[in-house]
Design a protein around this ligand. Structure first.
Ligand code: NDP
Ligand code: OXD
Length: 307
């Protein structure tokens, strides 16, 4: 009975400590120290190298170290029928809400401009008259927490999902046919979709053409939701007013990439929300215990649907 953590380039020390404190008898191994691979029955993965599953013959389930599961589902060595879960706890969702409210408020209230004014010793009081309309693509765990914060601020909120949803205080849209409707009303269009075959490249010139002129695009989903070459022309033409990007097709963003220096792009290094060690350890352990009881892991994903 052994739990394996595979998260290259991520410091897992604190998670290991929490796991040892919560379950002193649980054997935890951290990649690349596999030990006897036959003893490993549960794995927690973040950006693992494809092909890993061929080396773990006795896995009973696997979970993503974070909310996104595309790296696991895209691995051709993933055994058919192996249950896949994810870690998308309340703290992760609250972090996302805080981040999104922060960037929207900073732009809406002109905080970056006030900083410039301060440097230039200029006194220019100003406040927006209208509240911004928020459009959220995806109405899952992350989006629901964020929507609650925007609603508490009194902002009109629209949401978009694959299947019909009802959320208190949110104008809900669903399906491809209703994507232009949400794009047309949003001053801030936020991508909180999982990366699947049907959402890859969804943030493209065609969508930008349906957006409110000057609106701000916020991508906290995955880098491959955005057709990167379409973004700068839309910003330069004023079609979009700005873009806030937390995720990129290649991470870290390569040196010399045009996004680094663009004045209308505000970037953060994939940390809009970050799986905290304590919450991660508790949820990993809960999933592990569920597996021992013959139940699916927490937040089990539908492998056919892709999220
Ligand atoms: P969930 O699985 O809880 O929700 C996904 C939502 O997307 C659902 O509402 C679903 O619709 C909707 N959706 C999926 N496919 C489509 C489609 N084709 N058309 C319209 N709507 C669709 O995901 P989470 O909220 O937990 O996370 C979403 C993503 O956010 C993650 O996969 C990850 O990529 C990203 N993320 C990024 C982080 C960061 O730090 N940047 C941190 C955490 C997550 P329906 O309700 O009908 O099923
Ligand atoms: C993610 C995460 O999926 O950090 O991006 O959880």
């Amino acid at each position: 009975m052994t739990l394996l953590i595979v998260a290259p380039n991520r410091d897992t020390g604190a998670v290991e400590e929490h796991l040892h404190r919560l379950a002193p008898k649980l054997e935890v191994r951290v990649w690349p120290e596999l030990g006897d691979p036959e003893e490993i029955d549960f794995a927690v993965l973040w950006r693992h190298s494809p092909g890993l599953f061929a080396r773990l013959p006795n896995l009973r389930a696997v979970t993503s170290y974070g909310a996104g599961v595309e790296a696991i589902l895209d691995d051709p060595s993933l055994p058919e029928g192996l249950p896949v879960g994810r870690i998308a706890g309340p703290r992760l969702a609250a972090d996302m809400a805080e981040f999104l409210a922060g960037v929207v408020i900073a732009r809406h209230r002109g905080l970056f401009e006030f900083r410039d004014d301060q440097r230039n010793e200029q006194w220019r009081p100003w406040a927006p008259e209208a509240l911004p309309t928020i459009g959220v693509l995806g109405l899952g765990v992350m989006a629901k927490a964020s929507v609650r914060v925007f609603r508490a601020l009194g902002y009109p909120v629209h949401g978009w999902s694959r299947s019909p949803r009802r959320l208190h205080g949110v104008a809900c849209h669903h399906g491809q046919a209703e994507l232009p409707a949400i794009a047309a009303v949003a001053d801030y269009l936020i991508c909180l979709l999982p990366l699947t075959a049907s959402t890859r490249g969804i943030l493209n010139a065609g969508l930008f053409a349906t957006m409110k002129p000057g609106a701000c695009l916020i991508n906290v989903g995955r880098g491959d939701h955005l057709v990167e070459p379409d973004l700068i022309p839309a910003l330069d033409a004023g079609r979009l007013g700005c873009a806030v990007l937390d995720v990129f097709a290649q991470e870290p963003l390569p040196s010399g990439h045009p996004f680094w220096q663009h004045s209308k792009i505000f970037m953060t290094p994939h940390c809009a929300s970050f799986t905290l060690p304590r919450e991660a350890a508790e949820l990993m352990l809960e999933s592990y215990r569920r597996i021992q009881r013959g139940q699916p892991p927490l937040a089990a994903v539908d492998r056919q649907r892709g999220y």
